[in-house]
Each structure stands twice: as C-alpha cells, then as structure tokens.
Design a protein around this ligand. Structure first.
Ligand code: NOJ
Ligand code: CA
Length: 682
C-alpha cells in the first residue's frame, strides 16, 4: 500500500510541473503591525512569512509534514476554502498575573486538500503581540498517522549577532541548565521558549501553546539563519502518533518592540481552550514554606535517620511558624515510603499512600487544618512513571481524604545505566523490558496531563518539578498551577550555583510559557559560609525582589524559619506580599540585564514591585505613573550601604514614604542586587 501511494504521488508531481499554480493569503494583527503571509505553490508547497512594522522577521519559511506510514502532506495542495474571522473579547482568569485577559485577534483558516483527498486546515491567528498557527488534520486522517517530521522552519531575516537566548535540548537534566547567549550559527538544538532580538531591536520568541497529545518541539539549527522545528522523538524514533483526526499545538511567534512587551503578552494563554473543570473554587494561591531547603543544604535528609526532615514534630513546628506569620502553606517532602537508600534510582519503591513511620499524617493534617495552613504534599517518582501511574488514583484519593488540595510532583532520574541514557522511564514493553522516553516526547506530554486531570477529579492542584514546558494549559486546567522546569534555587544549595544574570534572563525566556516554582526568598545566602562555591549569588534585597519578579501562584519562601526569625524586619515584605493579582505590568527590562515588574494584588488594591539586576550595579528611576489615584504607604527594601552579591550580600535598607501616581523614586541596585517595594493603599 505504501509504495503504491508513493508511486501515485510521484506521478502527480511530475504531471503538475507544466501547470504550477500559486495561492497567496495574508492575515494582519488588529493594529496592523504584524503581517503573516502564506504562499501555496503546487510545486514548492507551503511557505509563510512574517513581518512586523514593515520589518521582515521571517523570510519564506517552509510548512508541511512527513509521515512514517503515509505519503507526506506538503506539495500539490489545493485550497478548498478560506474563512476569515476576528475576535475581540475579554475573559477572566481564576488566578494569575492578570485577572482580565483581552483576546483580540484576526484569524484565517485555510482548508487544504491533497491529491489523495486528505484534508488539513491551517489556522492562523494574528494578535498585536504575535502569531499562532496550527494544523488541524481532518478528512482522510481517520486511521493511524505517525508523524516522522513536521517540516516547519523559522528563517530569520536579520537577527542581531549574539542575540539569541537559548537552552540546549536533549540534556540529562531536562530544563535545568543555564541559558546560552549566541548568534543563530552557534545554536545546536534549543528548547522553547527561545528568544532573540533582530538588528532593528525587535524581540521575538518562539514557543508553542496548548501542547496536548503531541510531541513537544525543539529548534534545530539548519545552517545560516534557518532554524527548524524538530519534534522530540519517541523511543522508536517516530515523532508523534495519532489515531483519528488530530490537531498540532499552536506554533507561536511572540513579537514585541521591546523586552518588557514579551513578558506582558497573553498570547500563549489566549491560544488555549477555556477552563474545562466544573468547579474550581477549591483552587487557592498562596505563599508557602517547606520541609525542603534543609534537605538541599544538607541539614536534613529525605531518608530516615537522625536528620530526617519529615517528622511529625518538625511538621508541627513549621505549621506554627507559618500560622504565626500569616503565610499560607507548608510543603512536606520525604513523608512517604521509598526515600531510603538511593532514592534517585529507587523509583519502584515509592508508595504514595503510605507515610513513613516517623510521620503521622493524621496528626499533621489535623493540626494544619486547625491552624489554617494548607499542606502541599510531595510525590517524588524518580522518573518511574509506570510505578506512579499504577498508584496515581490511590495516591490522589489518599490526599483527598486528608483534605489536601496541593500536590508537588517530581521526576528526578535519567535512566542511569540503562540503554537509553538520559531518558525518562516510561513503560515496560511486551517482553517486560523497560523503555525510556524523553521527558518531552508525546508519551510524557500525555503523562503530565493525565496527572493534572486525575488530580482535578480529587480537587488537587499540581506543582510539577522536572516537568514538561508550560504551554498555557493552566487556562484549560486551572489546577495546573505552577512548575519548575528551570535551574532553580536548589542549584545554589548543592552545585556551583546560578550566576547573578540567570534570573534576569528567565522572565524573557522560560517564563513566557507560564508560572515558575523557582523557590526564591532565601535570606541566609551564605548558608555554607562565605568561601563555599555553593552559595546564592544575589543580595538579600534581590531575594525579596525575586518573590515578585518570578511569578508563581504558589510562591515559596524557601529559607528556614530561624533565618526569617532573625530578620523579621525584612521578612515583613514576604508577609505583606500578595499571591494573586489583579494586574501585572512590566515597567522596564532588558534581557540578561535587569527587569522591573509591578503587580496589583486582587481585592486589596495594594501593589508590590520587584526590580532585579545582573552582576552590574544600576540606578533606576521608578516612575509611579502606573498607579491609580490615591496615596500609598510605600515600604522600600533596597540594597543597603556597601551591599553587593559577592562580598556583602546582607545589608537591606528599609524606608517608608507616601507615594502616588506623580511620584518618582531613584533606586540603586547593587551588583547582583535589587529592590522590593510594598505599596499599601491608604
Ligand atoms: C528535585 C526538585 O526540584 C526538588 O524541589 C525536590 O526537593 C527534589 N527533587 C526531591 O524530590
Ligand atoms: Ca529539579
């Protein structure tokens, strides 16, 4: 069958040579700044171009598909119909950086048919902040389709030298690496979001939205300025397999004249489907502490022994501290069976509905309830997905019984010593051998969503560590609250750490996909002493600022209670800080240099501002003209006299003044420093 189809295809290609036909379509953003144009040539196939304010962002770039079991869908496509639509609406988020989201776009939907009467709809949406396009495979794709290659390319016309921020894909620890800055030539293969600046200063970020039952994509350097979409393969080398008609995720191109505009874009959310959950009033945001940092800095252990972290008494002690200071939740790691021994390799031993003997779940849950503290229970899987899936229902039922609404999941593990090194353990094959999959392949994409859907049934929200990348699914499943997927604070505890620049890159790259559980807020930045290379390369004021800048609906205050108790004046900022926002505004920023973000708390009308810098000290004039009318009591936490991340990270200067929308304040950020401001409405 296959070769017959291929022959047919070849014949029709030859015949058509004499009569090339061409179609051309355009869709413009509502403000007309962005133009997406599509050309369909019977001979060369489909290609698209994108321009922004007259600047060509992409020169003609290819579209199309190759399949492992079917002829490709690329050439000889006939346009059957073209539909144009526009939308201008506002929808409300249950929680997020902004309560109201405006969805204003123009759409073109082009129905294409090939010579085998197979059809796909190419749907393109042009927003003022970028483009999204996807293929919807319809008639003729009713049986099995195995995608071998999605041919999409991104041919950048004029990128600035050394202006791409990218994260190398297919590495052992998934997303947990430093970003590279280079020219396009030096990219090998990058995760998304990948962000770059053109010679004209335009900021562009490539990513995807609504990644459901499909392999996620990475970007492969195809030479010169041509980048190619590459689907993360399954264990057998195929890319993405579908039974019946299916859709690709949206391929997204966020475009902004400046860096701040990228951060404030809601396009990824707009390209996801509305909320599918029936009731969501049980989903709460909040600030949490954890039986956590102690393990990472070596004061405690996950496994049983004299330094065990998750004991009943330790949990009660934390609950007291959290309740006393008005925070919301407690993360508990190491509470269940399976951590003893080498937990990174002990995936099959984990039990998710059985506490270890030193942890009395009844007592802890009762006490937490009495004190009004939410529990965030942790399920580490060590990447053993079959073991986790076999217990998932039970695990989530167990938490539901205790009234636990928050779950942190974890997928540490990289198939050490197994044939497919670097890959996540996914399932046994028919012979019972274990098969390993990439963390970002279709199989794991489906696993992570399964966890979200099963959790939702039990009124549980998810904070996934070692996750797949965020693609805006929090809109459809608002219990998908936050995730890691970053070289987070934990790296400062036990590796050579993150340099001061790291967190000034994340808002413009990783965070364009969605919330991030980085776990900031550590005051004792020299927990192992000044000389140790495991230390935090920021000032204390910057740790406060990160609590605002690095958005997470569940925001961790990661330090130990005793370190907060020593500096209650500084801790006051964390106590005052909101966790759910009416509005967020990125006031300013440049990738890998600095960023300043202001957020208005829902209901209270209080504002919180965070500003951070890289290793360079910087003066910043903060203009409060974004504020609504009225006076605010500002408390300003900035780098104190002589502070810098390297030699003197601790001084924080705290001052008060009244501000309104006419105020301007000049602030000095130290090297590796920042500032945090609370504005309490008078
Ligand atoms: C890695 C996670 O990122 C971290 O938060 C967690 O404590 C450990 N794994 C143990 O599960
Ligand atoms: Ca991690």
């Amino acid at each position: 069958m296959k070769s017959f189809l291929q022959t047919l295809f070849f014949v029709s290609l030859v015949v058509s040579c004499s009569s090339e036909t061409k179609d051309y379509f355009e869709v413009l953003s509502p403000d007309k700044s962005i133009v997406f144009s599509l050309s369909n040539s019977s001979l060369d196939g489909l290609s698209y171009q994108v321009s922004f304010l007259g600047e060509e962002i992409f020169s003609p770039s290819r579209l199309g598909f190759e399949f492992a079991n079917l002829p490709s869908f690329e050439h000889q496509l006939k346009v059957i119909s073209v539909e144009q639509n526009s939308n201008d609406s506002i929808w409300e988020q249950p929680w997020g950086e902004n309560r109201l989201i405006s969805d204003k776009h123009n759409e073109i939907a082009i129905l294409l048919r090939d010579e085998f009467a197979r059809e796909a709809l190419l749907r393109v949406r042009a927003f003022n902040d970028g483009i999204g396009f996807r293929f919807e495979f319809g008639k003729g794709f009713d049986a099995e389709t195995i995608i071998q290659d999605e041919l999409t390319t991104f041919n950048f016309s004029d990128p600035k030298e050394k202006s791409v921020w990218w994260l190398k894909a297919y590495q052992k620890d998934r997303y947990e690496y430093r970003y590279d800055q280079s020219s396009i030539d030096n990219i090998t293969v990058s995760h998304t979001p990948m962000t770059l600046i053109t010679n004209k200063g335009t900021h562009v970020s490539l990513h995807e939205a609504a990644l459901i039952d499909y392999s996620s994509y990475v970007i492969r350097n195809g030479g010169s300025n041509n980048l190619k979409l590459e689907l993360v393969p399954a264990f057998d080398g195929t890319k993405s397999t579908h039974f019946g008609q299916f859709k690709t995720p949206w391929r997204t191109i966020q475009i902004s004249k400046n860096a701040a505009g990228l951060v404030d874009s809601s396009m990824i959310l707009n390209l996801n489907e509305p909320n599918k959950l029936d009731s969501i009033d049980w989903i709460t945001t909040g600030k949490y502490m954890g039986i956590w940092w102690g393990m990472h800095i070596g004061e405690n252990t996950w496994s049983t022994g004299p330094q065990l972290g998750a004991t009943t008494s330790e949990a009660l002690r934390y609950i007291d501290f959290i309740a006393e200071h008005g925070l919301d939740g407690l993360l508990i790691e190491g509470w269940n069976i399976g951590w003893d021994g080498n937990w990174m390799q002990n995936g099959p031993l984990f039990k998710f509905d059985e506490p270890q003997p030193y942890f009395d779940m009844d007592a802890v849950a009762d006490y937490a309830k009495e004190k009004g503290v939410a529990l965030i229970m942790h399920n580490e899987t060590s990447g053993d997905v079959p073991n986790y899936e076999s217990q998932m229902g039970r695990a989530y039922d167990y938490l539901k019984e205790y009234g636990v609404h928050h779950l942190k999941t974890g997928y540490v593990g990289f198939a050490n010593g197994y044939p497919f090194f670097n890959k996540e353990r996914a399932r046994p094959n028919e012979e019972g051998d274990l098969i390993y999959e990439w963390n970002h392949g279709q199989r794991m994409v489906n696993h992570y969503l399964k966890s979200v859907i099963e959790a939702a049934k039990r009124e549980i929200a998810i904070n996934a560590h070692e996750p797949i990348k965020p693609t805006g699914l929090r809109r459809t499943y608002p219990n998908m609250m936050t995730r890691e997927g970053v070289r987070g604070q934990e790296y400062n505890a036990w590796s050579d750490g993150n340099d001061p620049q790291h967190t000034t890159i994340l808002p413009f790259t990783r965070m364009l996909g969605g919330p991030m559980d980085f776990t900031p807020g550590v005051f004792d930045v020299w927990f192992k002493g000044e000389e140790d290379s495991s230390r935090i390369r920021t000032t204390v004021a910057k740790q406060l600022a990160l609590m605002v800048v690095l958005y997470s609906p569940l925001q961790m205050a990661a330090d130990l209670p005793r370190n907060y108790a020593k500096r209650l004046d500084v801790f006051q900022f964390i106590k005052d800080l909101g966790s759910d926002w009416e509005k967020s505004i990125t006031l300013d920023g440049e990738i890998a240099e600095y960023v300043v973000i202001a957020r208005e708390e829902k209901h209270s009308g209080n504002w919180f501002i965070g500003g951070i810098t890289d290793e360079n000290q910087r003066s910043y004039e903060l203009d409060f003209s974004f504020l609504p009318a009225g006076n605010f009591k500002a408390t300003i936490y900035s780098d104190g006299e002589g502070a810098d991340w390297k030699n003197n990270p601790f001084p924080v200067s705290i001052s008060n003044q009244l501000v309104n929308s006419k105020s301007k304040i000049s602030l000095d950020m130290a090297s590796g420093g920042g500032f945090a401001i609370s504005l309490i409405k008078e």
